[in-house]
Design a protein around this ligand. Structure first.
Ligand SMILES: [Zn+2]
Length: 375
């Protein structure tokens, strides 16, 4: 599975490794613990940052995107077409059987992109002059929308007020960063993609080190919800094959939201509160993951602030045994290989969890939680 010189040259060795990887993932699925949910909350899995054919660079039809989201077992989809008035006349919105679609736009100004989730009207980023990012965010907030920094590598204006969160993983950025794999991907598209699309895709999976370091620096100054940016377009074809079909892109990584109800308003409120975690679901479904802080009197979950007390304990639980790491202000404080971590809090700070799965000697990132702020 890993990229080796032998793997690039020898198609048989590639196929062999992908078969083993697939078998490992199938075994993992069988060994799954069902965790009792937080009282009063349900864990919904979905995708934020997807384009449809309203965007100039996507050909995805409404029917294709709905079927792909349902096929990927998503409960919500937040579309973010490149800014266009047609989003509000032709864009999908509402419930489609068990799928809730919330529309928005990706607004780009001066090379910086903002995801405007759940806006009600078109925001013109040029009225007479180019609007500043702060003006755009102000308009998003005045419409009751949420604002997320997309493609955080190129985003600079972190001091802008009103930003709710940021992508901590972006599939497009991650793919571009690994452009050196393109010859290998072309070989794979020809040789293995038909039989092992999941495994070929997972070879692109890497921990977003820079984005996480930046996020850790920023969350020490302000709350910032971390989301997965799928940036789904369904646009790349190679040898007549769709390299980025919606369903595979949706199954690759998801944002989970812990919400009291499967309705638009509570879902958006929970997203804004950071009751969220990111998971590379193509490895294994992370539904049920929990990260909480509490003592005998009080409990907080991901996204919440909680006052420090000497008896405060942080607890993380996962549906599969993995390598659980607890971070405080960007530094690893504890590591266990287990399905549960308990950590007595010794000092204030911004605490978050990462879980990875060791597969054939390689550590694959699996879950990244939003932080609990111990103040
Ligand atoms: Zn995009």
């Amino acid at each position: 599975m890993m990229l080796t010189g032998v793997g690039i040259i020898g198609r048989f060795s590639i196929r062999h490794e992908e078969k083993e990887f697939q078998e490992y993932l199938e075994l993992l699925q069988m060994d799954r613990k069902i965790l009792p949910p937080f009282p009063g909350l349900i864990d919904l899995k979905g995708v934020i940052h997807a384009h449809t054919r309203i965007s100039h660079d996507s050909k995805g039809t409404a029917d294709e995107i709905i079927r792909a989201a349902q096929g990927a077992d998503l409960q919500f989809l937040m579309t973010t077409d490149h800014n266009d008035k047609r989003i509000f006349t032709e864009g999908l919105q509402g419930k489609y059987e068990n799928l809730l679609i919330i529309r928005g736009a990706e607004i780009t100004q001066g090379g910086q992109s903002i995801l405007a989730v759940h806006i009600k009207e078109y925001i013109n980023e040029y009225t007479k002059y180019a609007k500043t990012i702060q003006q755009i965010v102000n308009e998003i907030k005045s419409q009751g929308g949420l604002a997320f920094a997309a493609h955080p590598y190129t985003f600079k204006e972190w001091d802008v007020e009103g930003i709710d969160g940021t992508e901590i993983y972006d599939m497009a950025d991650n793919a571009y960063a690994q452009a050196w794999k393109l010859p290998w991907m072309a070989t794979e598209a020809f040789v293995s993609f038909q039989d092992y699309p999941d495994e070929v895709f997972l070879s692109l999976l890497a921990r977003p080190d820079d984005y996480l370091s930046q996020w850790d620096r920023l969350t020490q100054k302000r709350k910032l919800v971390g989301i997965a940016g799928n940036d789904a377009h369904q646009r790349f074809m190679l040898f007549g094959k769709q390299l980025d079909p919606y369903q595979l892109v949706f199954r690759f990584v998801q944002t989970h939201i812990l919400t009291p109800a499967f309705e638009e308003t509570p879902l958006l409120n929970a997203l804004q509160a950071g009751h969220t975690y990111l998971s590379f679901g193509l490895l294994a479904d992370a539904t049920g993951f929990q990260f909480a802080a509490g003592n005998s009197n009080i409990r907080a979950i991901m996204g919440d602030s909680i006052s420090y007390s000497p008896d405060l304990v942080l607890t993380a639980q996962t549906p599969h045994t993995g390598i659980i790491q607890l971070y405080r202000n960007g530094k690893v404080m504890d590591t266990v290989t287990a399905a549960r971590l308990d950590y007595p809090v010794k000092e204030r700070g911004v605490y978050r969890i990462e879980v990875s799965l060791p597969i054939e000697g390689v550590k694959y990132p699996w879950i990244i939680s939003s932080p609990i702020y111990v103040v």
